[in-house]
Design a protein around this ligand. Structure first.
Ligand code: AMP
Length: 541
């Protein structure tokens, strides 16, 4: 018989994170921009008390362990209370992305069988639209006080602040099994119906520990952290757990994600660290460049969700902000890899350091990865061979919510991304497998092309998509939104690629557009672009 360890069997629970923050960082602040328009401030101690009142409320409403409670909310203190109150009492906090189509939202609420849905005032019209299609929802809870409740709503509503006021907070967090479900997120699903990733207390706490490590996100109690990445999109990359775990001050931007509002909040609250998708930083950079602004405290940001164009890394660095490129997905809680230099890279010339920092980085402990060819054979880590990226680990999905079969083969989850891995383990995504351009049997990385285009001063945003070609099957088309007030011709832009990529990778044409459609999570919607340009005649065809 194996000799068992003799340590306490304390389960890894989400409630233990907020209990820890309240007990050891009780006076540390959480500052939120509210839908009401003002800035709200309170402490971890206040947050934990209100999360307990929420747990009492849910029990009184008849919510049982394992049942789902939906949220439609911005990054704010009430949403944080939902994260802890719902999961802490043993129910499942289901974050719904309000940017999805109403039909998808109704589908998700019904598939999850949400008992209640808690929503910010902004989403009242959305709730009034979907409620009739969600007959199983027992109640819609508006995250507001009595004074801000609508007088004549089309759906019967419960008032969040009234519900909390009716409770005394005398509540002890239950000792759950750490493998119990804690929260649920659906993938944005560019094709087919969205699919649910059901996280556990154990996977969430382990992920929070790992995310906080110095060579991962690197969170400290001395930081002031502002997650721009929404709490309705993959748990805001785990920051709502990792930040209280380290006891840092948390700043939540609410609905105001434009450059001017973010800059104001960064300066006002002394933010040192942030996280968001590239499109958010585009807006902020534009605002700062137009107004000749500088940050006084902001030093580091994590960027992921889409590949970060090297030009964006340079632009933020010029403002004194270190960019940490990270990769992950809903099915991975989401963190997989983070890009930081190793000690022996310190003496490399700046150019060489940059080339490393542009990759998606190395795995954090807890994630294992490999790349394979079409027959499932593992490919070498030479930085050149590219293949399907597979992952495994304790915070990676085993099966989708309500699926009959596992989401993986032989214990490895196929990410749907195509990547290279270099001898040091730095992974670089070359494409989403659906977005790869297959020209004459060879693959062209759309991300590489976009990165080159994004470095041109007149380019605001660029997407590279495949277009049918009679000889090569597919050839790349570059779709470009020009920077306001700047001009560039097709030929100038194409000659910008000379010497930067292989000749046969250079796009066959450029289409200038006023807007590139974005997905509900701020990524360029290439599927839609491909539809839009389905009949496009390339000059080479
Ligand atoms: P989501 O589940 O919505 O977070 O989307 C996950 C997908 O976003 C991944 O499978 C990648 O295709 C893409 N993605 C996330 N981070 C990056 C990154 N740093 N570079 C390139 N693609 C990324």
């Amino acid at each position: 018989m194996a000799l068992m360890g003799q340590m306490m069997g304390a389960p890894l629970l989400i409630s233990s994170i907020i209990k820890h923050a309240a007990r050891y960082y009780g006076t540390t602040e959480i500052v939120s921009r509210r839908t009401e328009g003002d800035l709200h401030r309170y402490t971890y101690r206040d947050c934990e008390l209100r999360a307990r009142k929420l747990a009492q409320t849910l029990e009184a409403l008849g919510v049982k362990q394992g049942e789902r409670v939906g949220t439609l909310a911005w990054n704010g203190y009430r949403h944080l209370e939902l994260y802890y109150g719902i999961s802490g009492m043993g129910a499942v906090c289901h974050m719904i992305n309000p940017r999805l189509f109403a039909e998808q939202i109704a589908y998700i609420i019904n598939h999850a069988e949400d008992e209640y849905v808690c929503f910010d005032a902004t989403f009242l019209p959305l709730v009034e639209g979907v409620a009739a299609h969600c007959p199983k929802v027992k109640g819609w809870i508006m995250l507001a006080d009595r004074a801000h409740m609508p007088t004549d709503p089309k759906v019967p509503l419960l008032c969040y602040e009234d519900l909390l006021d009716a409770r005394d907070g005398h509540y002890t967090w239950p000792e759950l099994d750490e493998n119990q479900a804690s929260s649920l997120c659906y993938t944005s699903g560019t094709t087919g119906n969205p699919k649910g990733a059901l996280y556990s207390h154990r996977s969430t706490v382990l992920h929070a520990y790992a995310a906080a490590l110095p060579d991962a996100l690197g969170c400290s109690a001395r930081d002031v952290i502002l997650p721009v990445v929404p709490m309705f999109h993959v748990n805001a990359w785990g920051l709502p757990y990792a930040v209280p775990l380290v006891g840092a001050k948390l700043v939540l931007p609410g609905p105001k994600l434009d450059g001017a509002s973010l800059f104001d909040l960064f300066e006002r609250e002394g933010v040192t660290f942030s996280a968001g998708v590239p499109t958010v930083w585009l807006g902020l950079l534009q605002h700062m460049q137009a107004n000749d602004l500088k940050f006084s405290t902001f030093r580091r940001t994590v960027i992921g969700g889409s590949a970060v164009p090297p030009a964006m890394i340079r632009a933020l660095e010029a403002l004194g902000v270190e960019v940490i490129h990270a990769w992950g997905m809903t099915e991975m809680s989401p963190l997989g890899t983070v890009c930081k230099l190793l000690a022996r890279h310190a003496d490399l010339p700046e150019e060489a350091q940059h080339r490393i920092l542009e990759t998606q980085g190395r795995v954090i402990f807890g994630v294992d990865m490999k790349i394979v060819d079409g027959d499932g054979r593992e490919l070498p880590w030479d930085g050149k061979a590219f293949g399907d990226l597979l992952v495994r680990g304790p915070w990676i999905i085993d099966r989708y919510f309500r699926a009959e079969t596992p989401a993986h083969d032989d214990g490895w989850f196929p990410t749907g991304d195509v990547a290279t891995i270099d001898p040091d383990g730095y992974m670089q995504i070359t494409d989403r497998s659906k977005d790869v351009i297959k020209s004459g049997g060879e693959w062209i990385s759309s991300i590489d092309i976009e990165n080159v285009a994004a470095a041109h001063p007149a380019v605001h945003m660029a997407a590279c998509i495949s277009v049918r070609h009679p000889k090569w099957d597919e050839r790349p088309l570059l779709v470009v939104v020009k920077r306001a007030g700047m001009e560039v011709s097709r030929d100038t832009l194409l000659s910008f690629f000379d010497g930067k990529v292989a000749k046969w990778w250079i796009p066959d044409d450029v289409a200038f557009v006023t807007e590139i459609p974005l997905t509900a999570t701020g990524k360029m919607q290439k599927l839609k672009l491909r539809e839009q340009f389905a009949d496009y005649k390339l000059p080479t065809a």
